[in-house]
Write a protein that binds this ligand. Sequence first.
Ligand code: CP
Ligand code: NVA
Length: 307
Amino acid sequence: MTRHFLRDDSITPAEQAEILDLAAQLKADRWSQKPLEGPQTVAVIFDKSSTRTRVSFAVGIADLGGSPLIISTANSQLGGKETPADTARVLERQVAAIVWRTYAQAGLEEMAEGTRVPVINALSDDFHPCQLLADLLTIREHKGELKGLTLSFFGDGRSNMGHSYALAGAMAGMHVRIASPEAYAPREDVVADAARIAAQTGGSVTLLADPREAAAGADVVVTDTWVSMGKEEEKLARLRDLGAYKVTGETMSLADPAAIFIHCLPADRGYEVDADVIDGPQSVIWDEAENRLHAQKALLVWLLKQQ
Ligand code: CP
Ligand code: NVA
């Protein structure tokens, strides 16, 4: 049966660890695997803007011997004229996999149901699972192992990043703290799924309103934009509501002295994070951005092997 990667929990904890190990191998020996030799094509579709995801998938598919086909929804029939299921039926006869950045998670599910090639979520309103593979690889590189670490996320816990940290962090056996105002807390069903996973892995998920409590002793400090793509109309309210959750020098001083700072980028310096933190010595954001490449290559290699 075709495997897809639509959410962080589309894979098991053991599979997550396997993909991260493969990512480390591919990082050490970048051109060692060519499952797309031919070249086979991978469709990479964007309904929203992107720099890192577009570049890392295009480069990664080429590294694996394949050919990336980058599609902007604005110039395609998807997104109004044709359903995701019909688009999938057209693509599956010509491409080895479909990567899609979109708004509604339901569209990705429809795409996956309609096709026999793997579908990868390259960010939806609800999850950003490819980012989490890169983040976990980065944390592992800097901290040695994931299990038992405390990761504290500050800001919009109801965003794709908040949800993905809850699920993927729990899957890695981490203690995930989400610090946000109540109205920006992660969705209840996502928290319940993360708690169920954490019960198997020894991790935990804790929602906190107090950012100082969330920062105390953290091994990994994380934030993300307060205004995710599609939320631009709420910008003023979000800047007001999330102001107390900015990551500052004080946040870092409450965390473990060896804590690292990560951010999926793009960042709004002075809003969700101060420049002296994101550009400071504890920040590993450029390793994190590079690791998108290695993690997604590993994901593609792994998914293609499951067919
Ligand atoms: N982090 C991330 O997904 O960046 P892009 O929006 O540039 O792809
Ligand atoms: N939460 C952000 C992530 C960008 C990579 C957004 O959805 O815009």
